[in-house]
Design a protein around this ligand. Structure first.
Ligand code: HEM
Length: 161
């Protein structure tokens, strides 16, 4: 058990890489949220029907508040998870938040494999945003923070009736 927790924790360097890239992404949420959803639909075109703000439009809508909100929350919660993984060795999500996240995704027809799609889109969005600062280590740090956050949401989804 101890060994597992240590393996999943993030190093200071990895935490710094996530924070650094988040600072860059934060400066242009409209652009990166659009890229994020465009990549999601490139990988999984059928995902379009799950999102209320994509269902009724031909193209991924520019400056849609709900689209930006979902992208922002995924970027931000992954970044917060990276910090927790360095500080505490685990992802900590409040009881109310995790219950809400579990419920909202079950209600909208999200299933486990969708989380892998979103992971790939997230990594590619970060890669494009940071340009030449991108590295294997940065990719691993974002990937591991995301995986452990996704694991918490998926576990909660299984508790939903
Ligand atoms: C809604 C977070 C992954 C699909 C939401 C909402 C939050 C959220 C907070 C509620 C937004 C609101 O208040 O309206 C997250 C986080 C994720 C994640 C933190 C991963 C770390 C995913 C994945 C999918 C997905 C993998 C499927 C591809 C949806 C859909 C909605 C939703 C369809 C409803 C949006 C709408 O139609 O307005 N998500 N999500 N999410 N999420 Fe996620």
């Amino acid at each position: 058990r101890e060994r597992l927790e240590r393996e999943m924790a993030l190093t200071e360097k990895e935490e710094a890489l996530v924070k650094e890239s988040w600072q860059i992404m934060k400066q242009n949420i409209p652009e990166y949220s659009l890229r994020f959803f465009t990549i999601i639909l490139e990988i999984a075109p059928a995902a379009k029907n799950m999102f209320s703000f994509l269902r009724d439009s031909v193209e991924v809508p520019q400056n849609n508040p709900k689209l930006k909100a979902h992208a922002l929350i995924v970027f931000k919660m992954t970044c917060e998870s990276a910090i927790q993984l360095r500080e505490k060795g685990q992802v900590v999500v409040g009881e109310t938040t995790i219950k809400y996240l579990g419920a909202v995704h079950v209600k909208n027809g999200v299933i486990d494999p969708h989380f892998e799609v979103v992971k790939q889109a997230l990594l590619r969005t970060v890669e494009e945003a940071v340009g030449e600062k991108w590295s294997e280590e940065m990719k691993c740090a974002w990937g591991s923070a995301y995986d452990q956050l996704a694991a918490a949401i998926k576990a909660e989804m299984k508790q939903e009736p």
